[in-house]
Ligand binder design. Sequence first.
Ligand code: 3EB
Length: 330
Amino acid sequence: MSLSLLTFRSLSSLPAGSVLGGFRVGAGAPPEPVGWPLQNLSTPVLHGGDPLLEGWVVPEGAPMQAGEHEGVAWRRSGDLLFGVVDVQEAGVTPEPGRSALQQAAFEVYARIFRLLDAQGLPHLWRLWNYMADINGEADGLERYRQFNMGRGDAFEAGARSVVGRVPAACALGVASGPLTVAFLAGPTPIVPVENPRQVSAFLYPDRYGPRSPTFSRAALVHPPGQEILFVSGTASIVGHQTVHAGDVRAQTAESLDNIAAVLDEASAKSRSGPFALGDLGYRAYVRHAADLATVREVVAQRLGDAPVTYLLADVCRSDLLVEIEGQCVR
Ligand code: 3EB
């Protein structure tokens, strides 16, 4: 069995029988239901083809189970499971002291953990988190920080560690839509990778919010016979501080320096050999469409011909202008 990430031009061109789940990103109207878990992001693709259609696929004829569990749409092949859950904040009833987004984040993650426990696949490998108005303030706290509180509470309620062996992730803002979380899970723990240039996100000091974010800088995961490296969303942060505020060119270069440092650490832990910048496929999230040309110029210098999709999205600190993530599937 071998898992791969494919890019498609139209949803109908997907070999539906072999898709675990995937992503549709673009400015246009959301698609009709496709019969497999699809994370839809209503945000423009700035470069790389709008809409972006990506699917995690297994070989034709591989076993496939599917279901829905407390609103989590999932598909499973062997011991690999991909799921998507969307929650409208307006539809949740916050517990006293919790904001709607905090409650939504808690419920999303609590449902994911219950599903994974029921499936006997307890290990989250990679999370894709998107929400509206991520930098907006409500009830005196930035919404991203509210999300972190709900997520962290759910990890603890689900008996998961909030430090150390935590999944790779990204968390971005889009103009509108529900809190949407996609995930890939499996039977084995991740091998966590941190960045010596950065404080681990799960150890950020409380000036960045009451609960630290719950993610590793990268995760090595091992489907049967394979190794996949997921590099989490990576930004212009050194130590725990944003550097190069207001300078998108320098932020892009710093983000790539951070990814290079993460790849060095991942290479030391790899079963499949070292990782170079050119070995990965990337998504770059750009806050201001007008910065696209600058970001692309720096990326092209460093990444050469590696595939990069550019999306319009808000990064989770208001002074960050760009965030880049990637994966290498072997
Ligand atoms: C950072 O390094 C930038 O909250 O899941 C990157 C990746 C970021 C994941 C998350 C946040 C998350 O802190 C932000």
